[in-house]
Design a protein around this ligand. Sequence first.
Ligand code: CP
Length: 330
Amino acid sequence: MAISVKAPQINPDQTGINGNFKGQDILSLSQFDQRSLGILFQHADEMAKLRKKGTILDLLKGNIVTLLFYEPSSRTFGSFSSSTLRLGGQTIPIHDAKTSSSVAKGETLEDTMGVFQTYSDLIVLRHSETGAAANAANAANVPLINAGDGIGEHPTQALMDLYTINNRFGTLDNLTVVFAGDMLNGRTVHSVLLGLSLFKNTTVYLLSPKILRLSRQHFNLYKERGVKMVEIEKETDLPKDAHVWYWTRVQKERFTDLNEYERTKNSFILTKKLVDTYGSDQLILMHPLPRVGEILTEVDSDSRAIYFRDEIENGVYVRMALLALILGKL
Ligand code: CP
């Protein structure tokens, strides 16, 4: 069968955070070590506590964040908006940049950066090309956060997912995690795997259609970083002791042959029967969303399903902490 989706590039290693977020671009999970994650999670905990107490925060008062999105988004756009506003900051919201900004007239990404660095203190960029965030960060003189670059990475989704897993299990060591769906194009998977590879004794099962297997470059990278990587082809090979099932959407927008997408999209569907057969009581069910049929709605009421609960809520706390740290407010 012809593969009509392109293999992803791996973002080159970026400058490490090393515990100091101020002024940093956030482009890849490869910038993080355990200490930096710990600092971020501690501040996210604080944000959660303050929000739950109803405290009004003004850490970003006087700050402006540009949200520049070249690809559609509900959660990332909404949660960065919410996080900025909840900290007393303001946003320049640009949805559909390809059609609604001067990009439609042919303006380059670099020139766009040259403008919005003057209008704002930080830029959040979603782009359809892998590596675009790194290029934009090079051009901009304000910090830039990668809100998803093509089939490359989605670091802030991974940060909130790792925070969510850590909150649930009290550790990121000794975990068994199943990833299912589109491993080739799933930028969130690429970032979460980089994060998990920082921790001890991680076992990962990858369940995907053959044409959407993780690229060998990615597979070898995580393996070299110490993750035990196991590829499986059918649900009956699922381990019964997994801590996390991280389900993902087959990404229609990455296919050049839509017939191939139609043949592939329903390969692995998470049903109540599947989770009751192979899932333990400790299991949590995660998904970066949106879902388009690969998790049946009958699963939503299962107490293990946290994709509409913890993941969404924690996204705001983690992004609040990240924005405040980068802008030097914490
Ligand atoms: N998880 C995620 O990136 O969702 P959106 O595409 O809606 O932002």
